[in-house]
Design a binder for this molecule. Structure first.
Ligand SMILES: NC(=O)C1=CN([C@@H]2O[C@H](COP(=O)(O)OP(=O)(O)OC[C@H]3O[C@@H](n4cnc5c(N)ncnc54)[C@H](OP(=O)(O)O)[C@@H]3O)[C@@H](O)[C@H]2O)C=CC1
Ligand SMILES: N[C@@H](CC=O)C(=O)O
Ligand code: NA
Length: 449
């Protein structure tokens, strides 16, 4: 027996899906009793060279060839963007076809509509590739970890910005220079807006948070800051402070309310997320029963993304064989409150330009004191013209205290600009350090000392 598949799109991901489905067809048949056969592939331009040599698959530019073919049981969408992908997926679902997609934009923005359509048609929608590419994230959160109350998600879920920040750290180059180089090498898209402005990570966080926190999160509930404001000076100061700068996507649940944020953050070099370099992705998850978990791997690329898509396809085929349908959206779950403007208390890095005159630093210290903000460290190394560049790291402060300190600095005539304000990630709670574990071992087994 075979299962006929229609593929929408044959670009980076689609070509990988054709290749991997073909490579694994025998094993899939052994596992599921049915053989996957890709019959049609929808593209825009049939003459364009493809990243895979097509064999029995038929290229078409007519969506109806795929969507109206009753033989097609599963539609794999790798077109990307909102339209026409949304219309095609809804049409496929309404015709009772199961859908596998890699499209995070669509799931983040129109997930509710898509899961409603799937439920109405008793069809399935799988989207493991949409977040973290090859890294299994959606299925572990929906399945293996559902017995937990997840309290924290924290991750690097955009490869382009991680590549740019890693190169800035390695080479000391500025953002524009590294972005140009990343575009020339094909790491960053010609329009890198949604990556560098944090939107891609925000869309992925919307999906992860909806699943992990058992609710439906809207994209506009995520506070988003991109990496365009990060300069070579910030990267160098971060290094002086024992940190690297990473674009972190953070979701927390505290007392039934969520905090959701994508933000460049100073991460101590000893933190597990600090060593996630280049285009790699990683996600830290904390559950009340499982404890702390880290997922790491390739978040993009033809075969890594195909790995997740074909994994989903195999699950759909297993369900077809068993005669079951899982409709697993978050639509029926209660809506949780999201605190739009209240991040947690934490340490902050503040880089500012101040007039290099006697008494100015005392005034700055006075502003911090009045706002109730205690300073943990101060650097004044690099000088811009006649002005001084000062970097202050605060002790843990509330958002209100931070805002008061920033306003106080703005009101001072002697601080021409506040150049960047970034959170500083804590090391506590990310797991025991080796020295502590060794101390414990020696305490319990003195004979080993
Ligand atoms: N690239 C990656 O590493 C990752 C991508 N994703 C997601 O996977 C999806 C696909 O990405 P990717 O493969 O990189 O995209 P590409 O741009 O490489 O491929 C898109 C494909 O869709 C086809 N297509 C586009 N518009 C239409 C249309 N209107 N009608 C018919 N066909 C169309 C294109 O046809 P033609 O070739 O003729 O132009 C092309 O084959 C996106 O949702 C993306 O976010 C997720 C994780 C990682
Ligand atoms: N643009 C994305 C690709 C995968 O979703 C990224 O840079 O991570
Ligand atoms: Na994934």
């Amino acid at each position: 027996m075979k299962v006929t598949i229609g593929l929408l799109g044959c670009g980076t991901v689609g070509a990988g899906v054709v290749e991997l489905t073909r490579r694994r067809a025998g094993r899939i048949a052994d596992m599921t009793g049915v053989r996957p056969v890709i019959k049609h592939i929808l593209v825009r331009d049939e003459q364009k060279p493809r990243g895979v040599v097509l064999e029995g698959e038929r290229l078409t530019t007519r969506p109806e060839d795929v969507l109206d073919d009753p033989e097609v049981r599963v539609v794999i969408e790798t077109i990307g963007g909102i339209e026409p992908a949304r219309t095609f997926i809804l049409r496929a679902l309404r015709a009772g076809k199961h859908v596998v997609t890699a499209n995070k934009d669509l799931i983040a923005l129109h997930g509710e509509e898509i899961f409603d359509a799937a439920e109405a048609a008793q069809a399935e929608v799988f989207f493991e590739a949409a977040v973290g590419g090859a890294i299994p994230l959606i299925r572990p959160l929906k399945g293996c970890l559902t017995s937990n109350e997840i309290t924290d998600l924290k991750g690097i879920i955009n490869g382009t910005t991680n590549y740019i920040l890693s190169k800035m750290t390695e080479t000391g180059a500025g953002f524009d220079e590294v972005l140009r180089e990343a575009q020339e090498l094909g790491y960053a898209e010609s329009d890198p807006t949604s990556d560098v402005d944090g939107l891609d990570a925000a869309r992925k966080l919307t999906i992860l948070a909806s699943i992990a926190f058992h609710t439906r999160v809207r994209l506009d509930e995520v506070r988003v800051h991109g990496i365009r404001s990060i300069t070579a000076a910030d990267v160098a100061y971060a290094n002086d402070l024992g940190c690297v700068i990473k674009l972190l996507a953070v979701g927390r649940e505290r007392d039934g309310a969520l905090q959701l944020e994508v933000r460049p953050t100073l991460v101590p070099k000893a933190h597990p997320l600090a060593s996630v370099s280049d285009a790699f992705n990683a996600l830290f998850v904390r559950g009340d029963a499982a404890g702390d978990l880290m997922f790491f791997g390739r978040g993009a690329g033809s075969m890594p993304t195909a790995s997740a898509v074909v994994g989903d396809l195999i699950e759909v085929m297993q369900h077809l064989r068993m005669g079951i349908t899982e409709t697993r959206g978050s639509n029926r779950l209660p809506k949780k409150q999201v605190h739009a403007n209240q991040g947690p208390a934490g340490r902050y890095y503040i880089r500012l330009t101040a007039l290099d005159r006697p008494g100015v630093f005392a005034k700055i210290a006075g502003v911090f004191g009045q706002a109730g903000v205690s300073m943990e460290s101060v650097l004044q190394k690099r000088v811009k013209g006649e002005d001084a560049q000062i970097v202050i790291v605060t002790h843990a402060v509330s958002q209100g205290e931070l805002a008061a300190a920033i306003q106080g600095l703005k009101d001072l005539g002697s601080v021409p600009s506040i150049d960047n304000v970034l959170p500083v990630e804590e090391l506590e709670g990310e797991g025991p350090v080796l020295e502590d574990v060794m101390d414990d071992v020696v305490r319990t087994h003195p004979e080993l000392s």
